[in-house]
Design a protein around this ligand. Structure first.
Ligand code: FES
Length: 202
């Protein structure tokens, strides 16, 4: 089992990753937790309380971008960023120098955000509630992909005053591991729940 531990100002978000081996992935459980105590504990003593309070109040979305490959020492390669909401995920990633296109990065190899080439794929591991619903272009291009895969050029992250945290798997088609969603991607879990509710109420 491979576990990702994502630190953000002392906050800990941990999601469990499994490698592609189905025998390994069966035993994995997904978890996500934020430790508020740790957030306060790591605040630098030199910074004024006002500065810390201002930062805590700042409206932004925090991101953990997970690379498709592990680092040479076998640990996940996670980049932490933050950005204002109301922007397309593609723009946030490119502005933050986070790899999005992989082998399709050269201008003529992708559509530049037009929603037609499907080379800007990302897997939304956490925080899908911050995104707009799939667009028609996504519905057209992503029929064969899990429902939590999005085109970064079509996915808008919240509004300018949005807060939250997202975990984004980069280049999901090339990843060497699987995220464990208790067996199903999040949207499918919800659909199953909705289906079971409607069938029991019928
Ligand atoms: S950049 Fe071409 S579909 Fe997103």
């Amino acid at each position: 089992m491979r576990a990702i531990e994502i630190y953000w100002n002392g906050g800990l978000a941990a999601s469990t990753l499994s490698q592609s081996s189905s025998s390994i992935s069966k035993v994995h459980q997904r978890c996500l937790r934020f430790n508020r105590t740790k957030i306060k504990a790591v605040a630098s003593s030199e910074r004024s309380r006002e500065a810390v309070a201002h930062e805590e109040e700042e409206a932004c979305v925090k991101f953990a971008f997970v690379s498709s490959v592990f680092l040479p020492d076998g640990t996940p390669d996670v980049q932490l960023r933050k950005a204002c909401g109301g922007q397309k995920l593609r723009d946030i990633m490119l502005d933050a120098n986070v790899e999005l296109y992989g082998p399709y990065a050269r201008p003529l190899l992708n559509c530049g955000g037009g929603g037609t080439c499907a080379t800007c794929l990302v897997e939304v591991v956490e925080g899908k509630e911050l995104l707009n619903p799939r667009t028609d272009k996504e519905n057209e291009n992503l029929q064969r992909h899990p429902k939590n895969w999005r085109l970064a050029c079509q996915a808008v992250v919240g509004k300018p005053d949005s807060r939250g945290m997202m975990t984004i798997q980069q280049l999901p088609e090339w990843k060497a591991h699987e995220w464990n969603y208790r067996g199903l991607p999040p949207n499918e879990e919800e659909e199953e729940e909705a289906a079971s509710i409607s069938s029991s109420s019928a």
